[in-house]
Design a protein around this ligand. Sequence first.
Ligand code: NAD
Length: 501
Amino acid sequence: MTDVTQTQVNHWIAGERPAGNRTLDVFNPATGEAVRRVTLGDTATVARAIEAAREAQPAWRDLPPAKRAQVMFRFKTLLERDADEICQLVAEEHGKVLEDAMGELKRGIESVEYACGVPELLKGEYSHNAGPGIDTWSNHQPLGIVAGITPFNFPAMVPLWMYPMAIACGNAFILKPSEQVPSTAIKMAELLDEAGLPRGLFSVVHGDRETVEALIDAPDVKALSFVGSTPVARSIYRRGAENGKRVQALGGAKNHAIVLPDADLDNAASTLIGAAFGSAGERCMAISVAVCVGDETADALVGKLADQARTLKIGPGTEKGLDMGALVNAGHRDKVAGYIERGEQAGAELVVDGREHPLVEESKGYFLGATLFDRVTPAMDIYRDEIFGPVLCVVRVETFEEAIALINAHQYGNGTCVFTRDGEAGRRFSDAIEVGMVGINVPLPVPVAFHSFGGWKESLFGDLHAYGPDAVRFYTRRKAVSQRWPQRAQQESAQFNFPSN
Ligand code: NAD
């Protein structure tokens, strides 16, 4: 059984579980009860994790990549063996429903599978006779020690975007998971240990801003992967860059779906409901705005959305067969409810009000029903801001071009989708839209593990996207080696001109 059944969730450093004086309560969002306490790390904790990483990484770097991949193969089978237990932890601390937790875990396992191919991915490039008698090759070398800071909303998947590939590439990795959902990371650390990963290569340091800043300021940490809200992403990107680090910082989102008049409206409504309200809207790829082209489309779609939104099955995430669980904490639930109030005051038409769901009154958990607004305008803050809750806004426009312009003008550019049966419109959309991940009749276009994930504009700071091929580039540095073997007897004269072919 794992340590997380105890009430204190401590760090994981080289197989030890150090505690500390600073702690924070961890809540079960479905009951509102504190279920554990998490230890929060400081500079000394980070230094301890770095020390363990420094000791372990050189030998790991020098292993053949195929040996490193073997650990990932074992890790994958252990994740599958303990999948139910992991999903239970995710549902209990995050609030999402078990089936959804299984979905995120499976997506995370796909990143482990991709990391199993690391010998192929690190092969590099080779040119025979790049110059006269000169051979040149480029290879990828690990950076050393790298760190990841992750959000509350995907306790299993988002960390799995990072450390399997970072470690498979030959690095040591320090994870600072969200302090709201700390137990999944510890479970993963135990499984990596069981898979045979040498100790010190993967550490979990729990914490908050203080812990994160210690990681950013530590000279030994060469790169930072961050996923979270945009203000924090921006500040981490800045501070990391000032400290000379490589940083990828993925931020927030406001994902629009365009519904064209020729779309299959029944299917569009069903998939939109899932994309808007799955995980209570606490997904960076959630669709939170439906842009309907033409009033006829809007009237028909809003009717279908409202019918489905009113009948969602909502309850504790740890119960089976539900559509939506609780929000992550009381403050966040109140913030989302505040947006509903402000949307109403700003003149949007409140078609379904999630505050009226019986669980809001009856339960001590952080529940809110599905909310649907119609006739939302771009000036309203329910349109501009990321709400990160179960709130879907419908905006009405006259033309397809108007819809594209609306999306392109938004500060965020994470994901988007168009619903249509017209191939020409789909192609025009994918070309013209200024968003990093695009779906054509696919409302959650989260790329599979062998592509990379990343938004544009305020949704990502940095150059390289998360997981997939970009992760290999992010967690390694390129080295180009040129080699020649002059003939022994040949006398060479000095060359003062820049060498060229
Ligand atoms: P958050 O920004 O509050 O926290 C993310 C991480 O940063 C946590 O580990 C937290 O402890 C740490 N942190 C918080 N404040 C900090 C500060 N001031 N300085 C340093 N570190 C700090 O985000 P969250 O509420 O946990 O997650 C929700 C957000 O994450 C949403 O905005 C969502 O869109 C975004 N998100 C984005 C993606 C993506 O791929 N773009 C994926 C998942 C979530």
